[in-house]
Design a protein around this ligand. Sequence first.
Ligand SMILES: [Fe+2]
Ligand SMILES: [Fe+2]
Length: 131
Amino acid sequence: MTLLQWKPAYSLAIPAVDLEHREMIGLINECYERMGSDADTAAIERFLGEIHAGIAAHFALEEQLMLRSNYPEYGAHKEDHEDLLDQIRDFMDRFDEDREAGLRLLQQRLADWFGRHFATFDARLHDRIHT
Ligand SMILES: [Fe+2]
Ligand SMILES: [Fe+2]
């Protein structure tokens, strides 16, 4: 069961960034699959911790890139990253309390977030910065 699908429109034509974005989509899909299966909660929680760390590392890399280039939209872009990291933490708490509710939250909010962020903030960033 796939939650998020890579689209050609997400491509920023920077292979290293595209690869990381694909990996993030892959992790979210894997998480969604595990949550729907009867995998135990502790294992899923560990996996969520890894996702959070992986995504935080990707964001840090983009933020460094923006700082180095004096990118004017740095503040708003970073804020959107922080919003997602908050959402992942909310999602981890929700999942702890109620697995079904956690699954719905992942379906509704996180999937939307990725599509929107890739197509807006990241697209604008990589339009200006060519690495
Ligand atoms: Fe990104
Ligand atoms: Fe970004």
